[in-house]
Write a protein that binds this ligand. Structure first.
Ligand code: K7E
Ligand code: CUA
Length: 636
């Protein structure tokens, strides 16, 4: 039991969870000894007494940022959160940490009908689940340009894009020859390529060959055009790839590799003391693609550069201890910081030395210019734009603040201590990110710690716990924990974007790709979407029902179909008033969709047994909202 000064409640479970985590990592990981862990725990507790919650409370107020956003006031930042196994993207206001929106992406969403209405169902290929880990916005000149949000679907090897003007997913692309698409990162010099890492090694092509010979498996680093969302090329490497990053020049992309061993078991994957940071030379790869120095894999429609085995002109492997996870580029663009995961270190790679690595002038390992010890289980690193780095430490449950220049000095001079502060987070932090951290405009105000376990931080709500997204003030010398934010499982990553960069529309401008689909349909049927409400029979067994709506009524209060008809309802919301959303729900038919102001949406279903079925508007839109309904009469 751990009781801290100033805490009213005891915190009984921390030790148990930490013991469990220690045990699981100690298995097979020789360098992470239990003795060392115990020592570290003591050190950590001493630190938490100095810098922990009670001190933060005592120091609150003076000279610090306030996270209070009173009623009527707006947040300073848009936070874009991935939704993990929920398959969503979420928008939170920072610093209030209020969840403002969920954008359905690769999931089915009952609230909006995403994944069930005609257009989105087509877009997500009829699938109903996904796993979004990494959200990144498009860039121009090293900072966000406010146009697109990209997110991976690890479950189904896809990259999705959300348009920031309408905050709706407009493209999803299947990534060939890949499983477990995990790290993604857009180029930062312009809206160019989005690089995507396959985390899982598979036979190439994966058509039944080589299943019992994992030494022949490989993984793809895939380049997708961020504008057209077309797959441009792939690079095949032998190891797996975890997190992804890009430099600020548009020259290099990066992938951490935790399984350089090429193993298929946990023990095997943890065998080597060092794995790699893969560095990809994008211009060299594009030259090879242009010159046709590629191989065919699978259906062969995407050119593949084969870079398996040795270091060469396309890929160099920088040795990094041990099973590294995150790779993050500091706002100056000079350093790639690789978090050791099974090593208590982060490795700082000097990006300016990579030209010499590729030219063979220095050894790959010579690009590592610092390797500070930051704690047990380092995963991800954020930056404040003032030369400091903030690394999330999973096993220790802390964020470690350290100074990059001092870490470089300490590489030669062990008397230099680069560690500035460690602060407790609750509990078992995964990603961390700071305001504008992944841009040249990192402003060092707020840090988010996305904790994997919330345990006792919220009311007990049963076996499935929320995650705990914590907000830390990093504006001063000392970090200060200011907020616990519950999050439905399971955000992995977030980016925090200045609000002046994001300017969405309030009324649907009808410029989304779905409108080509509706206009074509309406033209075919001689229907004007903003004027006509009528039933169009499309031959035997197929009916289209066009309907407009103005609060609180549908223009059609009744329509007739035959039992077994395939019925497609196309609804256009004529209301041009901000926030006046309608929708369409057909009772007892699993049909429910949203129709925003000036928007059109459609949904298809099979008419059930003969009888009367009420359809209604599911969005509270008017004092007479409950009366906004009509009858579908199904005839035999
Ligand atoms: Cu570290 Cu999928 Cu970014 Cu989770 S990954 S934590
Ligand atoms: Cu329209 Cu409720």
């Amino acid at each position: 039991m751990a009781k801290r000064d100033g805490d009213e409640t005891e915190v009984p479970v921390v030790t148990g969870r930490r013991d469990f985590m220690k045990g699981s990592v100690a298995v097979g990981a020789g360098i992470v000894g239990v003795g060392a862990l115990a020592l570290r725990e003591e050190g950590r507790d001493a630190l938490s007494r100095v810098f922990g919650v009670s001190e933060a409370r005592a120091a609150s107020g003076e000279g610090h940022l306030s996270n209070e956003v009173p009623p009527g006031k707006l947040d300073d930042y848009y936070g874009f959160w991935s939704g993990g196994q929920s398959g969503e993207i979420r928008i939170l206001g920072v610093p209030s940490m209020r969840e403002i929106k969920r954008i359905a992406v690769v999931n089915r969403d009952s609230a909006t009908g995403w994944g069930r209405d005609d257009w989105s169902m087509k877009l997500i290929g009829g699938l109903s689940s996904g796993d979004t880990h990494h959200v990144h916005l498009s860039y121009t000149d090293g900072t966000y340009d406010g146009r697109y949000v990209y997110v991976n679907d690890k479950a189904n090897a896809r990259l999705a894009r959300v348009r920031c003007d309408i905050m709706e997913c407009d493209a999803i692309v299947d990534i060939p020859n890949s499983q477990g698409t995990h790290g993604i990162f857009p180029q930062r010099n312009k809206t160019g390529l989005v690089l995507c890492n396959a985390e899982f090694r598979t036979p190439q092509p994966n058509d039944g060959r080589d299943v019992d010979d994992p030494s022949k498996y490989g993984a793809m680093h895939t380049a997708i055009d961020g504008e057209t969302m077309q797959v441009k090329w792939q690079v095949l490497v032998e190891g797996n790839m975890d997190l992804c990053a890009t430099d600020y020049q548009g020259k290099y992309s990066f992938a951490t590799c935790y399984n350089s061993e090429g193993a298929v078991t946990l023990e095997g994957m943890m065998a080597a003391d060092r794995d790699w940071l893969y560095v990809f030379d994008i211009p060299a790869i594009e030259k090879a693609v242009k010159a046709g120095r590629t191989i065919k894999v699978g259906d062969g429609s995407v050119p593949v550069v084969d870079a398996r085995g040795e270091n060469g002109p396309y890929v160099q492997r920088i040795p990094i201890p041990k099973s590294p996870h995150g790779v993050n580029i500091d706002p100056t663009g000079k350093y790639a910081v690789c978090s050791g995961k099974l090593s208590p270190t982060v490795s700082v790679v000097d990006i300016r030395k990579l030209d010499d690595v590729f030219a063979g002038k220095i050894k790959p390992r010579d690009a590592v210019v610092a390797e500070p010890e930051v704690g047990l289980g380092p995963l991800h690193t954020a930056f404040d734009g003032r030369g400091n780095a903030y690394t999330s430490i999973f096993i220790d449950s802390v964020i470690t603040k350290w100074n990059i220049d001092k870490a470089i000095q300490a590489f030669d001079d062990p008397s230099v201590d680069p560690i500035v502060q460690k602060i407790d987070v609750n509990y078992q932090v995964g990603h961390t990110n700071a305001s504008m951290s992944e841009t040249r405009e990192a402003d060092g105000k707020w840090l988010i710690a996305l904790c994997k376990f919330s345990k006792d931080r919220f009311l007990n709500v049963g076996p499935l716990h929320d995650e705990n997204d914590q907000l830390i003030d990093i504006s001063g010398e000392k970090m200060r924990l200011v907020h616990d934010g519950p999050a439905y499982p399971e955000p992995h990553d977030c980016v925090v974007v200045r609000r002046d960069i994001i300017n969405p529309e309030k009324i649907d401008p009808r410029t989304g790709p779905r409108y080509a689909f509706y206009e074509k349909m309406a033209k075919e049927d001689g229907v004007k979407l903003f004027e006509d409400s009528k039933v169009v029979r499309k031959g035997k067994g197929k009916v289209r029902v066009y309907v407009t709506s103005v609060a609180p009524a549908y223009a059609l209060t009744e329509f007739r179909v035959k039992s077994g008809d395939e019925v497609q309802v196309i609804q256009t919301n004529l209301d041009g008033v901000e926030d006046l959303t309608h929708g369409f729900c057909m009772t007892n038919h699993d049909v429910n969709m949203v129709v925003n102001p000036r928007a059109t949406n459609s949904i298809t279903f099979t008419a059930g047994k003969p009888g009367v079925y009420w359809y209604y508007c599911p969005w509270f839109c008017h004092a007479l909202h409950l009366e906004m309904r009509g009858r579908m009469i199904v005839e035999a």
